[in-house]
Design a protein around this ligand. Structure first.
Ligand code: G4P
Length: 526
């Protein structure tokens, strides 16, 4: 029987985050390639390959014209078991993306060397910072013209609000890109602009080794030495503990499309990235090595097959060993449940699993038992926390467009909210229902799913609002005074908590300065 400590030690559960088009999909493919999970052998760019690199579910979603899946890809790399949680990006960016970050132990951020840090990356980094999630940065597309690497490092520090430490360093960029010096392992990796060939490594003793001059020419070798000296002068030596504490992000340079710098990234990642860490429950902190199983639902993927009303609840195993058919306690419902067909993705194949360890994600077929954030245990009454809702920034009133289907609409809306597709508020001033999202596409997704899964029709009525935030205060009178003053802009969330709908950032900052006794929260976890 596998020793649970060894199983935990070899697991790396992480997500790749980036702004659309920075190269997340390409990097994921290449990582899967190294893990032997896919066999590309040739044209990486072909769309066929791209399709096989995504899960079947995502294909189904695409055929339905929407893509909201967060899939999980597991594979072995050497002694390590790697779980990549895919984060939906692009226009389907949604709360799901944020929530996925609550189920990972670390993150790799991909940045386009020409574009630098873009909005989506910045937002996701805020969540990482909130949770002190360790991050490694991969600066991609070095084969294209881009910014000066020192400039990129400064931008990363400033925009992502984290100290950085380069662990590889490029020799030129764009058409003149010759390769990277691997600071972490000490070696020179030569770039061949050829997707078929793997990286050519020149073994060197140190930075003064004449083999560097032979390989890249004297001028570039001199520049490299100068750059490395500057790096050593400016950036403190890399310290793994600082990385694990989320204070320093190591930076690698490469080209995912050319499979260049990817293996080096992966090799460093498996060595330094954390294995599953203790997770906070409301009652206590749970250590992964504890004997009894516990886990939480971080995502629900409903009705993947439109003909079946089933969902898949994604459970992150936090402690102990998860076993198929074992009796587990569903804390919120106070029920004992057994799961006969838990699934996991391994090397791109979805199959039933008999056991899973901390860091693993299991998909549990479900017919309505689960909500986002639900805790499962072997009996202990604990509640995992850390699945906050984030302040939505887009709002619409939702109206029933088919009076005969009011019940279906209600049910559909409730279930979609349970799944975490968006947030529902009730306006205290007019009693109308408001749906708040973080991405525009969610409104289309909701409308589509209400119609196809619940036979209900909704109509949207635009609302111009800037942000919703939760308010609280130690002083009940202050809350009452605030609610009275802002009665036209007050709503409640599904848990009955007070929410202030600010119609502009100006109004919000005025409210914050006018009501010093009120705390304004931008995530529901406070
Ligand atoms: P995303 O998931 O972050 O949105 O990005 P994705 O991997 O789809 O990459 C976006 C585009 O950038 C793709 O081109 C991809 O081939 C290209 N790309 C990724 N890595 C590199 C790199 O290292 N160098 C260069 N030059 N390009 C890179 P596309 O034309 O949009 O798609 P495709 O037709 O190539 O699939």
């Amino acid at each position: 029987m596998a020793d649970i400590k060894d199983e935990i030690r070899r697991r790396r559960t992480f997500a790749i985050i980036s702004h659309p088009d920075a190269g997340k999909t390409t990097l994921t493919e290449k990582l899967l390639l190294f893990g032997g999970a896919i066999h590309i052998a040739g044209a990486v760019k072909s769309n066929k390959i791209k399709k096989t690199a995504t899960s079947d579910w995502m294909e189904i979603e695409k055929q339905r014209g929407i893509s909201v899946a967060t899939s999980v890809m597991g594979f072995n790399y050497g002694d390590y078991k790697i779980n990549i949680l895919d984060t939906p990006g692009h226009q389907d960016f949604a709360e799901d993306t944020y929530r996925t970050l609550t189920a990972v132990d670390s993150v790799i951020i991909v940045v386009d060397v020409a574009k630098g840090v873009e909005t989506q990356t910045r937002k996701l980094m805020e969540v990482c910072r909130m949770r002190n999630t360790p991050v490694i940065i991969f600066v991609n597309k070095l084969d294209r013209e881009g910014r000066d690497p020192f400039e990129i490092l400064d931008e990363l520090e400033k925009e992502l609000k984290i100290s950085v430490r380069p662990l590889s360093w490029p020799i030129n960029i764009g058409a003149k890109f010759k390769g990277v010096y691997n600071i972490y392992e000490g070696g020179l990796d030569l770039f061949t602009p050829d997707k078929q060939k793997a990286t050519e490594r020149v073994e060197i003793d140190d930075v003064n080794d004449p083999r560097i001059d032979e390989a890249v020419g004297e001028t570039d070798a001199a520049q490299l030495r100068e750059d490395l000296e500057l790096i050593d002068g400016v950036y403190p030596e890399f310290n793994v503990d600082e990385y694990l504490a989320g204070r320093v992000a190591p930076v690698f340079f490469g080209s995912a499309l050319n499979t260049f710098g990817v293996k080096e990234l992966l090799d460093c990642f498996v060595k330094i990235a954390p294995s599953p860490r203790p997770v906070d429950a409301v009652e206590r902190t749970v250590n992964p090595e504890e004997e009894t199983f516990s886990g939480f639902v971080f995502k629900i993927h409903a009705n993947m097959d439109p003909n079946h009303r089933s969902c898949i609840a994604f459970v992150k195993v936090c402690s102990g060993k998860f076993e198929r058919n074992a009796p587990y306690q569903h804390i919120r419902l106070g029920k004992t449940l057994r799961f006969a067909a838990p699934t996991a993705f391994m090397a791109q194949k979805k199959s039933i699993v008999d056991e899973a360890y901390p860091g693993d994600i299991v998909g549990i077929p479900d017919s309505g038992n689960f909500k986002i954030g639900d805790t499962l245990t072997q009996g202990e009454n604990i509640h995992y926390k850390g699945l906050p809702s984030f302040s939505p920034e887009m709002f619409m009133y939702i109206e029933n467009a088919d009076p005969m289907k009011a019940k279906q609409l209600d049910k559909g809306v409730q279930q979609l909210m349970d799944e975490g597709v968006a947030q529902l508020f009730v306006h205290q001033f007019n009693g109308r229902k408001i749906i708040g999202t973080v991405g525009q596409l969610q409104f289309e997704v909701i409308q589509y799913r209400l119609l196809h899964e619940y036979g209900a029709q909704c109509r949207w009525e635009p609302m111009s609002m800037h942000k919703a935030c939760w308010i609280e205060s130690d002083d009940p009178e202050a809350i009452e005074a605030f609610k009275k003053r802002k009665y036209q802009f007050m709503a409640v969330d599904r848990d009955g908590r007070d929410v202030f709908l600010a119609d502009s950032s100006y109004v919000l900052s005025m409210a914050q300065s006018d009501f010093p006794k009120i705390r304004f929260h931008f995530s529901s976890e406070f």
